[in-house]
Design a protein around this ligand. Structure first.
Ligand SMILES: [Zn+2]
Length: 266
């Protein structure tokens, strides 16, 4: 267990992102090695060269959560810090709860890729990206979730980001990305006030797509895809056709957290 809070801005270990580009696989060039840290067991300072200025004067008003889908945080960090990979994230959190700051929050990291949320199409310019070291199949470690909680609290305090604008990669890139996946416990973070969670009530399935759009799911209008992406986040173990529970949950979210309200300052 981690006894102290992770120190943001110092180093630690990490995990990986993989998606500024549309390709899923990023391979390291032969002979690529980290410079400092890790190789000898001591994480050293890490910086990713993969960033640029936020476009059009955008400031961070969203957070996008990812998992690395790699075997280790170490491997993920290598990719995130490799200029040839052209991917990065602001933070990487390893399974032990170590937080590695790779790109300054003020700058545009390359983690989101194609997709949109509400009116935002350049998600990288509007967001802070956090990669969780996870292979895509394993549960998230408690220490890692504790570190994420602290990190999100800090980001919210620094940028005044609303909880409904803390989303998963799958939310903004339906059909292309599935992280952070069904094992990520959104409800836990909702209890902390860091993300939103719907109240359960029966709803009208005929309004499902409209309410999905109103909440922020503007990247697709395909009915099957909308249901998949909704359940991935809010009903990860539900099956079968769209029902009144799905419809009621998104109706509640659309009513309380309409994305267009926030798009004005996005
Ligand atoms: Zn991702």
């Amino acid at each position: 267990m981690v006894t102290g809070l992770p120190v943001v801005g110092t180093q630690r270990r990490l995990s990986v992102p993989q998606d500024n580009k549309d390709s899923d696989a990023v391979s390291l060039p032969p002979g690529y090695r980290l410079i400092g840290g890790w190789d000898d067991g001591e994480p050293g300072p890490r910086k990713s060269p993969n960033f640029g200025p936020r476009r059009d004067g955008a400031r961070p008003d969203m957070v996008v959560i990812h998992y690395t889908a790699m075997k280790s945080a170490y491997a993920a960090c290598e990719v995130l810090c490799n200029p040839e990979s052209e991917v990065s994230a602001h933070y990487l959190i390893d399974e032990s709860g170590h937080v590695v700051a790779l790109v300054p929050e003020e700058l545009r990291a390359w983690h989101a890729g194609a997709g949109r949320w509400g009116a935002v199409t350049d998600v990288n310019s509007h967001s802070i990206g956090i990669e969780l070291a996870n292979d895509g199949f394993s549960p998230f470690a408690a220490a890692q979730m504790d570190a994420l909680t602290d990190l999100l609290k800090g980001i919210r305090a620094r940028w005044d980001i609303r909880p409904e604008r803390v989303i998963g990669h799958s939310d903004m890139a339906p059909g292309r990305k599935i992280d952070p996946g069904r094992r990520f416990d959104w409800r836990r973070f909702a209890l902390e006030g860091l993300v939103v969670w719907p109240d359960a009530a029966a709803g009208d399935v005929a309004r499902f797509a409209q309410n999905m759009h109103a909440f922020g799911y503007t990247a697709s209008v395909d009915p099957d895809l909308l249901l998949q992406v909704f359940r991935l986040r809010f009903r990860p173990y539900a099956s079968g056709p769209l029902d009144a529970v799905d419809a009621g949950m998104i109706a509640d979210l659309a009513r309380r957290f309409p994305v267009d309200v926030n798009a004005a300052w996005a």
